[in-house]
Design a protein around this ligand. Structure first.
Ligand code: ADP
Length: 493
């Protein structure tokens, strides 16, 4: 018989909205998913229709709820694509422009201007971030400056700003709650992560009126209710997707790290009470806030990870399915001289080289599909090691375990090589939906379904990979990787 208590997670991602129902043992019972349109109005611009996101999200929520007695759903958690920016009219409830997505680069010149004017240090000190079009602030500034009538509406205090969590909550609660959580606020480039407030000086620099901004609450807290057929289900957990995944991976204490292997890689290390300022090109962010107390994290990302496998599949047609890469790599297991640096869009942390471009090194007459595929998988592990090394440098700590999830973490060859090249254990999550699980936990904590100590005991790993490679080989291979990377840097002059 099914357990009779549930938590519902909304996982509002970049390409689809999903709803996942967990039972009281935190096992997945039902999942529904709906994709929505990606809008590309000009090169480098990426938008979503906020009303379409809302409709898709509610559709999958209702589909999942219809499977159970809604009175048994004790709480709702919301995880969302981060940084994506919505501005709407609080009287009509209508967005005044499409959502500007985190990938959108239209504000790159404004970012350069802010940097040229010497503001980078100020922003980094207060927000833990770097000035980049990726974060919400310059997107919000763009909407206020470029949408007809926006300035007047802002002056009349008729506009509201939100990341996608805030937009969903405001609509679900019929405009009652205009709020976000610490983790999402920390991605706006407007939130002071040390003083835990919207920063007046930064708001002024970007001409953002404070009255548009949501109230910032704990990640495990009340955010109003979703009313389904007259039944009020409390929203009790909210977090940005990567922070939610860190929580869902049980990285509750300082020093614990998770890595998500998707198109790119997102690595977060819980640094506890310390907002560690990176010397190695990582960003500092809020992991979550619980009972008003925040935990911080260091974050690094790799632009091209699983996408390198996608390129071999779709660009070079080397195989049909991404998962074929595992058996193909295993056929060339003894070759170790080929390196593939997938710097297709430059290199992110810790290199930060926009002029780098991809390359394959060490080819000989006997190199083929197997060697190149193996080298592509290895590049994902090497880039992950680059991030770990940066985190070790910043925190002065050696770590011994990495929790992993994401599509490419299904690849056993990659996971074993990752353990080998790090000299550390890799724990692959049993529930690969770490993001949805994380906000289910946050909501379950708030409504009292689970206690923190119960969560700590409940981690299920599907598989642990232990390092089997000798120290000498590990160092030799990594040295080869660093040499290959150095030859791709500053490629475009
Ligand atoms: P995202 O959320 O970024 O869309 P996913 O977590 O769904 O990504 O993972 C998809 C990515 O992982 C794709 O780039 C794909 O090439 C890669 N991938 C999926 N399965 C495997 C596999 N078994 N081995 C290697 N790469 C894989």
């Amino acid at each position: 018989m099914r357990a009779e208590k549930y938590i519902l997670s909304m996982d509002q991602g970049t390409t689809s909205s999903r709803a996942i129902l967990f039972d009281e043992n935190a096992e997945i019972c039902f999942v529904a998913q709906k994709e929505f349109k990606q809008i590309f109005p000009s090169p480098g611009w990426v938008e979503h229709n906020p009303l379409e996101i809302l409709a898709a999200q509610l559709e999958v929520v209702n589909e999942v709820i219809s499977n159970v007695n809604p009175e048994n759903i004790l709480g709702i958690g919301i995880a969302n694509q981060r940084e994506t920016t919505v501005v709407w009219n609080k009287e009509t409830g209508k967005p005044i422009y499409n959502a500007i997505v985190w990938q959108d680069k239209r504000t790159a010149s404004l970012c350069n201007e802010l940097k040229l004017n010497g503001h980078e240090k100020l922003f980094t000190k207060k927000t833990g971030l770097v000035i980049d079009a990726y974060f919400s602030a310059t997107k919000l500034n763009w909407i206020l400056n470029n949408v007809a009538g926006a300035k007047e509406l802002a002056k009349d205090e008729k506009l509201l700003f939100g990341t996608i969590d805030t937009w969903l909550i405001w609509n679900i609660t019929q405009g009652e709650v205009h709020a976000t959580d610490y983790s999402n606020a920390s991605r706006t480039l407007l939130y002071n992560i040390h003083e835990l407030c919207w920063d007046e000086q930064l708001l002024q620099l970007l001409n953002v009126p404070q009255n548009m901004l949501p109230e910032v609450r704990s990640s495990s807290a009340g955010y109003g209710h979703y009313v389904y057929n007259g039944i009020r289900i409390p929203i009790g957990g909210v977090a940005g997707d990567q922070q939610a995944a860190l929580f869902g991976q049980h990285c509750f204490s300082a020093g614990m790290v998770k890595n998500t292997y998707g198109t790119g890689c997102f690595m977060l290390m819980n640094t506890g009470d310390d907002a560690v300022e990176s010397k190695a090109g990582l960003i500092t962010t809020i992991a979550w806030g619980i009972n008003g107390k925040v935990s911080y994290a260091l974050e690094g990302s790799v632009f091209i990870a699983g996408a390198a496998i996608q390129w071999l599949r779709d660009g070079l047609a080397l195989f049909e399915n991404a998962s074929d890469s595992e058996s193909i790599a295993l056929t060339s297991i003894d070759s170790e001289e080929v390196y593939f640096v997938p710097a297709f869009t430059g290199l992110g942390a810790p290199y930060w080289d926009m002029e780098a471009r991809g390359a394959i090194f060490g080819l000989t007459r006997d190199s083929g599909k197997g060697q190149i595929t193996k080298a592509a998988l290895e590049s994902i592990a090497f880039q992950t090691k680059d991030l770990i090394s940066a985190m070790e440098l910043d925190t002065n700590k050696n770590f011994s375990m990495l929790a992993v999830d994401g599509g490419a973490s299904a690849n056993n060859f990659l996971m074993q090589f990752q353990a080998d090249i790090l000299g550390a254990s890799i724990q692959r999550a049993a529930i690969i939906e770490s993001t949805a699980l994380g906000v289910a936990y946050l909501a379950g904590l708030h409504v009292g379904l689970w206690s923190f100590s119960e969560l700590e005991k409940s981690k299920k790993n599907s598989q642990v990979f232990e390092p089997a490679m000798g120290e000498e080989k590990r160092e030799r291979l990594y040295k080869g990787w660093l040499k290959a990377v150095s030859r791709t840097m500053n490629w475009i002059e």
